[in-house]
Design a protein around this ligand. Sequence first.
Ligand code: FPP
Length: 240
Amino acid sequence: MSFFKRKKQITENRTLPTHIAIIMDGNGRWAKKRSLPRTAGHAAGSKKFKEIARYCNKIGIKYLTVYAFSTENWRRPKEEVDAIMNIFRDYLKDSANFKSENIMLKFIGDRSGMPEDIIKLMAQAEYDSKDATGLRVYMAINYGGRDELVHALRDIVREAIPAEEITEDTISSHIYTREYPDPELIIRPSGEYRLSNFLIWQSAYSEFWFSDVLWPDFSSDDLERAIDDYNKRNRRFGGV
Ligand code: FPP
């Protein structure tokens, strides 16, 4: 069957995940393979993120969460952290592009730990895109799953919710992702097989899809393969 026909068939018969989450990994190795500085890998990763977000919007995915910077990434050399922050700045200043494409942009994570000017740019990007009705992109910046649960628990205690009234829903409604559904599909490229503190509460029933491709080389065809494989999985949620 030709690639075009196969693609058409997948489009017509498949179930699209409502929410896809991606760990954008492998930027450093991608750069090293090309004898480029690691920061060039992050720049290529940022470009790839825009491309994949547009593709998700085109095929009708509702939510895309991407892991852009973890609470642990501050441990990297200062030059690398500074370069990633500059990539965020450039991207955020340019994020009006997303608005014109009807893509909403929001952030999850502890933004209070980010540089002051970036916090403002993040708020501006959220405001500018708030009326978009297409894909909702949630970018995880200074995000850690354990840190998220710590913040949620602090809020629950501050609200003085009695212990016996605390349920799973209480936690789900106090985490950063409270306004949107858990991811059905989590993608990690670059040959690593771990969650690295990403969406640890939300991933309880997620399907995982791994690939050896480094993030800057990830393509819409890889995304299609992930969705295709997701369609072959038998999701039982603990039932039979
Ligand atoms: C992981 O690759 C990547 C990061 C820690 C940073 C991700 C940042 C980007 C993709 C740029 C984000 C910007 C926007 C606007 C989305 P790695 O450095 O751990 O790669 P390696 O494992 O090969 O060293």
